[in-house]
Design a protein around this ligand. Sequence first.
Ligand code: URA
Length: 199
Amino acid sequence: MSALAELYQKIEACRDCEELARNRTKVVPGEGAENAQIVFIGEAPGFHEDQQGRPFVGQAGQFLDYLLKSINLTRNDVYICNVIKCRPPENRDPLPIEINNCQKWLNLQIELISPKVIVTLGRYSLAKFFPGESISKVHGKERKKDNTIYYPMYHPAAALHQQSLRQTIEADMQNIPAILARIDEIQEEESKPQQLSMF
Ligand code: URA
C-alpha cells in the first residue's frame, strides 16, 4: 500500500471533530497523482463530495475541471484536496478548531507529495499559508516560501455566485503553465548564493 493510501486510512478513521464525524457520509481525503508537481487546495467538502468521498465533484468541481482543461491538464496530472476533510453541516464555514484539528492531515499530504507548486483556492486555503492576507490583493501572483511556489486563486465556487469573478479566475489559471515551465528556474533563484561584489 502506498504511503498516501495508508494516510487515507488514518484520515478516514479520524473523529477529532465530533460534530463533523457524526454528520459525515464519507471523509474526503483528496485525490490525484502521488508525485504531482502541483497541488490544488480548496476549503471543505460540500454535499456531493461528502456523498462520493471525492474532492470537487459538485458544481465548483465542474468549473475546476474546466479550468484544468483550459491549460491542458486533467485531474490525473494534479493533486486536489481541501483544508478540512469532512463536510461542515449545511456547508457552513469551517471553524478555527476544525481547521486546527485537520491541519496535521494536510501537512502530511503535502510532505508526502512534496509538490513544487501549491495553488490555494479561496480564503481558507490562503490563510493556512499566508494568514491575514486578502485574496483580492494577492490572487494571481506567485510567490516562494520554503522552496515551494504558492499561487493564490479565488475559490471556483466564487464564480458561481459572482459572475464577474469568473473571468478573473479564468485569467489567473492561464498563468499556471508559465509557472510550471519556470519551476526549476524559480527554485534555483532561491537556492543560488548571493554573489558578493568586490567593489
Ligand atoms: N468546495 C471545496 O472547497 N472543496 C470541495 O471539495 C468542493 C467544493
